[in-house]
Design a protein around this ligand. Sequence first.
Ligand SMILES: NC(=O)c1ccc[n+]([C@@H]2O[C@H](COP(=O)([O-])OP(=O)(O)OC[C@H]3O[C@@H](n4cnc5c(N)ncnc54)[C@H](O)[C@@H]3O)[C@@H](O)[C@H]2O)c1
Length: 429
Amino acid sequence: MKICVIGSGYVGLITACGFAKLGHQVVCVDIDRKKVELINNAKPPIYEEGLDALLSEVVGKNLRATTDLASAISNSELVFITVGTPSKKDGSIDLSHVEKAFLEAVSAIPRDSNPFKIIAIKSTVVPGTTDSLAERAEEKTGKKAGTDYGLCMNPEFLREGKAIEDFFNPGRIVLGVPDGDKKTAKKMRELYCDFKCPIVTVNPTTAEMVKYASNSFLATKVSFSNEIGNLCKKLGIDTYKVMDAVGLDKRIGRQFLNSGIGYGGSCFPKDVKALIAAFKKNGIAPKILTAVVETNELQPSKLMELAKRKTNLKGKKVAVLGLAFKPESDDMREAPSVAIINSLLAEGAKVMVYDPQAMANAKKIFGERVEYASDLNDALSFSDVVFLLTEWAEFKDDAALKLYAGKMVFDGRKVLGKKSEGNYEGICW
Ligand SMILES: NC(=O)c1ccc[n+]([C@@H]2O[C@H](COP(=O)([O-])OP(=O)(O)OC[C@H]3O[C@@H](n4cnc5c(N)ncnc54)[C@H](O)[C@@H]3O)[C@@H](O)[C@H]2O)c1
């Protein structure tokens, strides 16, 4: 199939490379010329395991990038929209990128186009958005979803860090197609027919809600575990041992029960807040999700409280190890490390940071307010105090473990897997 992917970020680029690897003819569209140039040179604009090799395999063969949306669409049968939907101040999402991309896509599709073209939204959008985008595009262009083009809401569930693995082995595929549009449903099912997972076909509003309910449930598991972990800490219990046993219950499962400094990234914080905003817009007060956000936002300060109780941070040399919101990613959007580093600076600590992949993003956030280590050794030789904030494997390999000797260590992710005693303090164990 000829596929166009609008937006070449974490979701768009993985989607594009994945379908290209499966033999489809793919064109990526982005407004960022630098990104387009990098992709055409088979250089990943983001860090994602395996992306380097995958790009080298498909670029120049059946994947290319461009800034010219209209020509990309005119040569495609299927258009994915994967642009960002960032949070606004009130928690609701900024739909301007999706609106613009959608309208441009509909405008570029000729009436009665042959073959029939489909626009599939992969960006995370609140329930009702896809249908209302189509209504507004019809008002402006006169083109009708289901007649002039096919409409699909196809939420994305990939995990950053495991995005390529998740593309090829998804847990489920959700297709939100307006009732009665058999042509679009059939074509989308054909696209995914070789994926070995359930394909759920619902209407677009239901598909949108599946995505929000999934992410909000996972965020709830994390905040629940952090709340239990905070009590475990007071009672001298290792919450990881508790959750290992709790997670053996098949109804619960072990994933997302690791206590720590809280969830971050471009999805959970934004999606939970957007769902809360949707509740409020509909006159319902969301009790559970409000508590999920509150617990999460307080969690980084718990590690700071432990540290301040143990040592005066003013003037101390502190190495912060791990900046990305999770390992195997360079993404620092809403990473708890940002709140902790700001608190350390406010306490008067001298901060040196290190992350195997997120240094470039860290420089955009902290500029000259912190020092940047060239490697783990550099960071540890600088410091008296260490904060472990992302569970990268290199922070706990045999060579690294020797380097913590004599330092005060505050662990926000159970990186060292130890019991809190002496100079080592874990946030919830
Ligand atoms: N990152 C994730 O792990 C993940 C997982 C599932 C779903 N999502 C959702 O997918 C969407 C995209 O997320 P992301 O992390 O890939 O975002 P991102 O910010 O990494 O990428 C978005 C890209 O879209 C481009 N763009 C913006 N407007 C454009 C336009 N009009 N035309 C062409 N390109 C345009 C930007 O330049 C950028 O490269 C969001 O709605 C997000 O919530 C993200």
